[in-house]
Design a protein around this ligand. Structure first.
Ligand SMILES: Cc1cc2nc3c(=O)[nH]c(=O)nc-3n(C[C@H](O)[C@H](O)[C@H](O)COP(=O)(O)OP(=O)(O)OC[C@H]3O[C@@H](n4cnc5c(N)ncnc54)[C@H](O)[C@@H]3O)c2cc1C
Length: 406
């Protein structure tokens, strides 16, 4: 088996490296590295924050010029029309340098854009695609509800037709970064009498519409990462329904299919481990673990082995996609392993600093200003987001192994 690059892929890899040499410095110091090892680092001071934002904007513009904000999209829509393997090379090379193109696009590029390209009207594409690429539109996802998460088809938010509009009432929860969004893509029930997977429609909602209230939720890592969203008599034009009315479940499933492959994070995971080791060798409060503790060394060696496995699992998903096949339980294996690994890495990171590891006040904690502690807390949600570990195991058992549904 040859896992090396073809001549075309090698040439493309060199193009990406050249791009990173020319523009990579703009992004450094800004945002989090792709698939970081150890989670958040707390809020930087305002001046640092401004410098980072300026650098990130310049990095964004360089990516837009190449079409690499949305590398999979056709060129006519501002993408780069890359093949699956070229996207793999791009993600891999950027992650290798601690960079990412995906950090800008957010849900607009990752999820909504491809959905509109598949199911949207020409009017919807013309209105939204350019604004997704420019960053003018910042999208939030309104799928989950207090009573509908894993069993999403149980959602109860109602949309009732009234002339050329729908009137929406209900509640959504866990909407990532919705407090910073100006548009929402959302599922709501348009026919309560139909079987639960039918009678759902997919809406695009301008956040300025009266009747929307967004309340941030504080996570146990003390960050306002996601939100509750309340809808009270929110009037949405009927032209903002994507796909057919009552067939939104299938449009919504397309959105989920377009989640990025895990390769960026698999490469980022290995890089994160190497950085962790480098820091640990120098930090006075970590040297006991890295230099003298046999148990920590064995623990860390396991993480390295697992990071290599994660990469191979991602490779498998990519290889299937490159052959035009849709990864099924293989993607669940990769998601399950990578997110559980992220939690094990966070624990290994914490242990590197012994009792200091749990200090998270960045002004008092010596251990990387509390990153080990916040990273550990942050890692907990990774096995819930995007389908819980139990759901992934169910998929592997039923679709992968042919076992009956429980
Ligand atoms: C960091 C993060 C970001 C998120 N961002 C968004 C977002 O932007 N927009 C959005 O709409 N949602 C978002 N979510 C919500 C996410 O999709 C849900 O948390 C997820 O689908 C699980 O649903 P739930 O939380 O309601 O848990 P439940 O479905 O209530 O599950 C509770 C527990 O029961 C288990 N369980 C449920 N069903 C089964 C089963 N059939 N077999 C075995 N075990 C089962 C689950 O594994 C879990 O342990 C986010 C979640 C997280 C953690």
């Amino acid at each position: 088996m040859d896992l090396g690059d073809s001549p075309q892929e090698a040439a493309f890899r060199e193009e990406v490296r050249e791009f990173v040499r020319e523009h990579g410095h703009k992004a450094r110091g800004g945002g989090r590295p792709a698939g970081g090892d150890d989670g958040g680092e707390g809020m930087p001071d305002p001046e640092t924050m401004r410098a980072r934002m300026a650098g990130m904007q310049a990095w964004r513009e360089a990516l837009v010029a190449k079409g690499w904000i949305a590398p999979a999209w056709p060129k006519e829509y501002g993408g780069a029309g890359l093949t699956v393997l070229e996207q793999f090379v791009l993600n891999e090379e950027l992650a290798e340098h601690g960079l990412s193109a995906g950090m800008f696009g957010g849900m607009g590029v990752m999820m909504l854009g491809p959905t509109l390209l598949t199911h949207g009207t020409e009017e919807q594409k013309a209105e939204h695609i350019p604004r997704i690429l420019s960053g003018e539109a910042r999208w939030a996802q309104g799928y989950s509800e207090p009573g509908a998460g894993s069993d999403l088809a149980s959602l109860q938010t109602r949309a009732v037709r009234d002339g050329d509009e729908f009137v929406i009432n209900g509640q959504k929860i866990w909407a990532t970064a919705a407090q910073f969004s100006n548009w929402i893509f959302m599922l709501a029930r348009t026919d309560p009498d139909a079987p639960k997977h039918r009678g759902i429609s997919y809406f695009l909602i301008d956040r300025q519409t009266p009747g929307i209230e967004i309340r941030p939720l504080t996570t146990m890592a003390n960050q306002e990462t996601f939100n509750e969203m309340f809808f009270e008599d929110v009037r949405v034009p009927a032209k903002n329904v994507v796909g057919e009315v009552d067939r939104g479940w299938y449009v919504g499933a397309t959105t989920l299919d377009f989640e990025r492959s895990g390769i960026g994070s698999a490469v980022g995971t290995m890089r994160g481990l190497q950085n962790m080791l480098k820091r640990g060798k120098d930090a006075p409060d970590a040297t006991y673990a890295t230099q003298q503790s046999p148990t920590w060394r064995l623990d860390f060696a396991d993480r390295i082995v697992e990071a290599n496995i994660a990469r191979q699992l991602s490779n498998r998903v990519i290889t299937l996609q490159a052959r035009g096949m849709i990864p099924n339980y293989e993607a669940s294996i990769s998601k399950l392993f990578t997110t559980e690994l992220r939690q094990r890495i966070a624990r290994t990171h914490l242990k590197m600093y012994g009792l200091y590891g749990v200090l998270w006040d960045k002004n008092r904690a010596e251990a990387e200003k509390g990153r080990a502690a916040t990273g550990y807390l942050d890692s907990v949600s990774s096995t819930l987001a995007g389908g819980t570990s139990e759901i992934q195991r169910n998929v592997i058992a039923t679709r992968g192994l042919g076992l009956p549904r429980g």
